[in-house]
Design a protein around this ligand. Structure first.
Ligand code: B12
Length: 211
């Protein structure tokens, strides 16, 4: 349908008002709300992910696209029974203890949400015990930790160790990210994965929740 393509283009362009208006028009025209998400909004965000990874789009543009997509989702959400909402999995995220940086984490959240993941964001300065508590409460598929300081990255290992001590490590995948974090650090502390940016984080979560 040409309107789906138009909607994808509007998401890519970060056209908040356009996406909102077109979503409402489609709802008025009785288009299936799940199809609006899967055939209109998602394909646009997928393109954004690819372009961001290739360096053809930058953080502010990605945020505009994610906001445009969210405007569409807001309108269709009430029309879809909770259980039918397409969900790719549940991701629990937090910035680790002692660290207050959250801009990158918010970007990761937006991209994941746009890809259909349910996000539980614990916030910043999250101690290992708090991650453990939240894993018990929310039973996520993936735990994502963010750190921007070389001093706070060490708390990522403490959190993984705490999950092990509580017998929860095998029940969740753990991914880490943030400017000072690397793939080799992820391997060193026993995380399941590392991603350098929000688009790669989305790919990683898709991969880890695929089975
Ligand atoms: C903005 C900023 C701040 C803001 C934070 C505001 C906020 N709400 O986040 C404020 C002013 C509060 C701040 C404070 C401090 N900061 Co500061 N800050 C920055 C700055 C300029 C930008 C960070 C940022 O937002 N980048 C943009 C986002 C989009 O990128 P990103 O965070 O890397 O996220 C991407 C990826 O890393 C990845 N990612 C991120 N999280 C996750 C999580 C997962 C699971 C995955 C898979 C991927 C992933 O995806 C994201 C999107 O693509 C950096 C410098 C820099 N260029 O990085 C310094 C920087 C990180 N800060 C630094 C320092 C030293 C501090 C302070 C200690 C300064 C001070 N003396 O008070 C305090 C510490 C406060 C604390 N306890 O946390 C240093 C860290 C040095 C180091 N190696 O340890 C840096 C590198 C600056 C520098 N060159 O010295 N800071």
């Amino acid at each position: 349908m040409a309107e789906f393509n138009k909607m994808s283009e509007m998401v890519i362009a970060g056209d908040f008002a356009g996406v909102k208006a077109l979503t409402q028009k489609m709802i008025d025209d009785q288009v299936d709300p799940i199809s609006i998400i899967n055939d209109g909004l998602m394909p646009g965000m997928n393109v954004v992910g690819v372009r961001f990874k290739a360096g053809d789009m930058f953080v502010p543009e990605v945020m505009m696209s994610a906001k445009a997509m969210a405007a569409g989702i807001e309108l269709v959400k009430p029309l879809i029974a909770e259980s039918n909402m397409p969900t790719a999995g549940k991701v629990l995220v937090g910035t680790v203890k002692g660290d207050l940086h959250d801009i990158g984490k918010k970007l990761v959240n937006m991209m994941l949400e746009s890809a259909g993941f349910q996000i539980i964001d614990l916030g910043v300065d999250i101690a290992p015990a708090k991650f453990v508590e939240a894993v018990k409460e929310h039973k996520p598929d993936v735990v994502g930790m963010s750190a921007l300081l070389t001093t706070t990255m060490l708390s990522m290992k403490d959190t993984i160790d705490a999950l092990k001590e509580e017998g929860l490590r095998d029940r969740v995948k753990v991914i880490i990210g943030g400017a000072p974090v690397t793939q080799s650090f992820a391997e060193q502390i026993g995380a399941d994965g590392y991603a350098p940016d929000a688009a790669a984080a989305t790919d990683l979560c898709k991969q880890l929740t695929a089975n």
